[in-house]
Design a protein around this ligand. Structure first.
Ligand SMILES: [Zn+2]
Length: 316
């Protein structure tokens, strides 16, 4: 399944449970967790695209706690892992758990202090992109703990053509830009802020991996002159980006699994042994397993193909 996503307003910070947890949650709370599936997903940027993804490194966490007293205050007694009186460093898991669980009035006070300070300082210095993000998010989601939590996540900026995949149990949020999003068929989401919807804080805090550092950005591997393949490390799917210049033509060989093609822009023809369709922006075509598909272009045509991850099909 895939969709074209245009993000104007930031979407909620969320994580998707792994298969085992999804099965458990669906059994325990079927009205909240509607299916027993996991939901690996990948975004391919069509424009410049911004997202929050994964937790910041320990070094960056130290900087945030030193530079943002408003956060430091609310997490202060969670922020240091002490052993026999010796400070062992800051523990991300307890800091995040403390932050995401604090009372609304504490969030309100910390946020208004932070926003006032940044608004003041904005007149005398250039704010960092994270600080600018805080001001923007607070306007969209006033008094939302996700605005503070965003400081603990990596701000990832994608260029057109970059791919970002989201593993199970990793916090993420789409902020702005346009992308092709490909995901497995599931609606299971555990929210972590930037949302008026239900937040299952206990499940969230226990499920996250607390892996730290920047996520991997996929650049795609060229398959031929017109096609780049993006292969995330899960078995559900891979995505081909295909841009055929005017008058050009490319063949997608028959594959052992089914594919879905979506035309993003331009005009052209899509041919199989049994069909011949003129296609343009917004058209989608399903190709069953074993179908060879030829794409030819009348004006530069941009097509995405999502299919089962071939690595899995070829080496079961
Ligand atoms: Zn998601």
């Amino acid at each position: 399944m895939h969709q074209v996503l245009s993000v104007g307003r930031s979407l909620s910070i969320q994580a998707h449970p792994d298969k085992e947890l999804a099965e458990y949650l669906h059994k325990a709370q079927p009205s909240v967790y509607k299916d027993p599936n996991h939901k690996p997903e990948m975004a391919l940027a069509l424009t410049e695209f911004e997202a929050l993804c994964g937790f910041i490194s320990s070094e960056e966490l130290d900087i945030v706690l030193d530079m943002v007293p408003e956060i430091n205050e609310v997490v202060s007694n969670a922020s240091v892992d002490q052993h026999d009186g010796e400070v062992k460093g800051r523990d991300l898991r307890s800091i995040f758990t403390k932050l995401i669980s604090i009372d609304r009035d504490v969030i309100f006070k910390a946020l208004s202090k932070l926003v006032n300070r940044l608004t003041r300082e904005n007149e005398t210095r250039q704010l960092t992109s994270k600080e600018e993000l805080v001001l923007k998010l607070e306007k969209q989601y006033p008094n939302d703990v996700g605005v503070l939590a965003s400081l603990l996540l990596n701000l990832v900026k994608l260029e057109p053509g970059d791919g970002l995949y989201i593993g199970a149990n990793e916090p993420h949020a789409h902020l702005n830009g346009e992308c092709i999003e490909c995901m497995a068929t599931s609606d299971n989401v555990v929210r972590a802020g930037l949302t008026p919807k239900y937040m299952d804080v206990k499940t969230l805090c226990s499920m996250l991996t607390y892996k730290q550092g920047l996520p991997e950005i996929l650049k795609g591997v060229p398959i031929n002159q017109y096609v780049r393949r993006y292969t995330p490390p899960f078995e559900e799917f891979e995505v081909d980006q295909c841009v055929v210049d005017q008058g050009g033509s490319v063949v997608f060989p028959a594959l052992p699994g089914p594919s879905v093609f979506v035309v993003i822009s331009g005009e052209g023809m899509m041919l199989t042994s049994t069909s011949e369709d003129g296609v343009s922006e917004g058209d989608a075509l399903f190709a069953p397993a074993g179908t060879e598909v030829q794409v030819s272009s009348e004006s530069e045509v941009r097509v995405y193909r999502a299919g089962v991850n071939n690595k899995v099909l070829l080496n079961p």
